[in-house]
Design a protein around this ligand. Sequence first.
Ligand SMILES: [Zn+2]
Length: 449
Amino acid sequence: MKVDTILTNGQLVLPHQGVVPGNLLVNGGKIVGICAPGCTVPAAHRIDVEGKYIFPGIIDAHTHYGLGSADDFLTETRSAALGGVTTVLTFYQNARRYSEVFPEEKRRAEEKAHVDFSYHLCLMKDEHLDEIPRYVENFGISSFKFFMHFRGDEGKYMGIEGTDDGFLYDGLKAIAEYPRAKAVIHAENIEIGWRLRDRLKAEGKDGLEVWTASKPDFLEVESLRRACYLAKITGCTLYLAHMTAAESCAELRVLRKQIPPVYAETCTHYLTHTAESPVGNIGKVNPPLRYPRDLEELWTAVQEGTLDVISTDHVPRKFQTKRGNIWECSAGFPGTATLLPVVLSEGYHKRGLSLMRIAELLSENPARLFNLYPRKGSLTVGCDADLTIVDIDRVREVRAGELGSYSDYSLYDGWKLTGWPVLTMVRGEVVMDSGEVTGTAGYGQFIPR
Ligand SMILES: [Zn+2]
């Protein structure tokens, strides 16, 4: 047997099993074999990864393309490749019926993507609920976003209409018809938030801690409890996006035992920054940054399995949009390119989070929960040869200009992170090697799921 590529002398990071030394064989874009170090198989290409770790391709399950520029699929998937990310899931929101706009959106993305991708569709009006069967059966989309914080006038500028609890209830019922589909929830009780905001604004308050004060943790907890209760009533499986708070973790330890199950993610910035971090408007994000106690509690929750996924909520806007006071400046920031280095540096090196657990949080779990598994999220024979090769001891200072994004700043600018991807492979093709993008735009594929 002759194969396309053999990776030799690697340390394979296998979810649930551990780290084992071995060679990995790739042919036709798939993993076709794993053998002991030293095994020789004729191969067109040999890549010696001595001393490096081979992770199943990293997945960023939470990104927002289309908010930066029309070329987000080009720039942000390039940035993903640089960060060792082989598949991205992005939230697509459009006020029109997705049956009208999705095929064209997907076609344009396929022309630009460097890595594989899929979408979560944002449910913004009743017409979207009516079309859920079509999205699942015809488009291969099995996850749908509810914004519990865009209500009343709050979401009107984006075309979000009538998204109250009745809308949520009907939506969960519609999604529950498909046992593998999930409702992705942004949990935040905005009605309380409006009153807090109005008071703080009237007092002339400004700054990052004030943003957090306008959206305290109990807004998240109240909202997630309500969503979980309705999920139980309707039989819908939930995926709670971007958990921020220690109290949310406490609730989840109980709630995630309910049937159908509840899954939850946090994002890198809640694991590294707080409302007290000296980053000014750059740190404005929805939901807001919390406090040191929350940050450490989130690390405990990812370690023990209360949280299933770490993602980024990547928003690729320019630094320019962060100007003004805290109420005026834009929310969100880029994150995909630093997802893996942050988790390796702050999780593995600083807190002893195992590489195996990192492979679960960043690859296997998002793949399983969003129905990409076993094609993605695994290092087993027959799955896509999506690989992220890591130099665990490499120290590199983050410079936003080197991250490939349309965005021109990073929350981690100037941070020295330890543990970086040095090679990214998508379906057997090297798309990043030693910090250089080597793949081509349009190679990335839409993955129905
Ligand atoms: Zn988001």
